[in-house]
Design a protein around this ligand. Structure first.
Ligand SMILES: CC(=O)N[C@H](C=O)[C@@H](O)[C@H](O)[C@H](O)COP(=O)(O)O
Length: 234
């Protein structure tokens, strides 16, 4: 069975912790991946060759690989240039994901130029386009990507007000390639709704693998309680 078929209507868990996050460590990400697998995940999304290598030692699940890299001259940070694609290809991942937004890229190329370079070089690799608008999604599909994902909805300056679920509904209407729901699908209800809308699969990250963000939600509940004037004293 091919990878896309294996992932159809399944859960993918994103196991990522950047350098400034408490769980930053390939070892910890590999254990997160194991926990995700035990909880029923069918795939893992991971950042950096080091994390991917550690995760492969721990679980035999399909991997969506990315390399995040910041450039001073560009807002594009998910697998931004052909160099990161080369690193991921050399390591070997089932799907390589990258920024397919309309933002200026660090190498000065348009998305189309970037994609045609990597497709020419690696014709058999599966490629996933992380987009933030319907227009970018249509452009990515036309360019020939294998998968489109809503990952960057809300993260580009011009998509700040986008509700990922609404964008997903639009993507389902206009695209023919498989669409992955990713980015703030942070509850079981939203995962269910995304699948009902026709998402090929759903990627969940922070709500499972970023404990500092999970804790914030509980802290907020405590803060709300303490700042509520109808609070009952005992
Ligand atoms: C914008 C950005 O940097 N997104 C990243 C993409 O790889 C990850 O940090 C997210 O955790 C991932 O997309 C899953 O989304 P969420 O954590 O909302 O379930």
């Amino acid at each position: 069975m091919d990878i896309l078929e294996k992932l159809r209507q399944k859960l993918i868990v994103s196991c990522q912790a950047l350098e400034d996050e408490p769980l930053h460590s390939p070892f910890i990400m590999s254990k997160m991946a194991l926990a995700a697998k035990q909880g029923g995940a069918s795939g893992i999304r991971a950042n950096t060759v080091q994390d991917i290598r550690a995760i492969k030692q721990e679980v035999a699940l399909p991997i969506i690989g990315i390399i995040k890299k910041d450039f001073a001259n560009s807002g594009v940070f998910i697998t931004p240039t052909i160099h990161e694609v080369e690193e991921l290809y050399r390591e070997g991942v089932d799907i390589i994901a990258f920024d397919a937004t309309g933002q200026e890229r660090p190498d000065g190329k348009s998305f189309r130029e970037f994609f045609s370079d990597i497709k020419d070089k690696y014709p058999d690799q599966l490629f996933m386009a992380d987009i933030s608008t319907l227009e970018e999604a249509i452009g990515a599909e036309k360019a020939g990507v294998d998968i489109v994902a809503s990952t960057l909805a809300g993260y580009t300056p011009y998509s700040k007000d986008t509700v990922p679920m609404n964008l997903l509904a639009e993507l389902m209407e206009y695209l023919s390639v498989p669409v992955i729901a990713e980015g703030n699908f942070d509850s079981p209800d939203k995962v269910n709704k995304a699948l009902q809308l026709g998402a090929h699969t759903v990627v969940v990250g922070s709500a499972i693998t970023r404990p500092q963000i999970i804790t914030e939600k509980f802290s907020q509940a405590v803060w709300d309680f303490n700042n509520n004037s109808t609070k009952r004293e005992r």
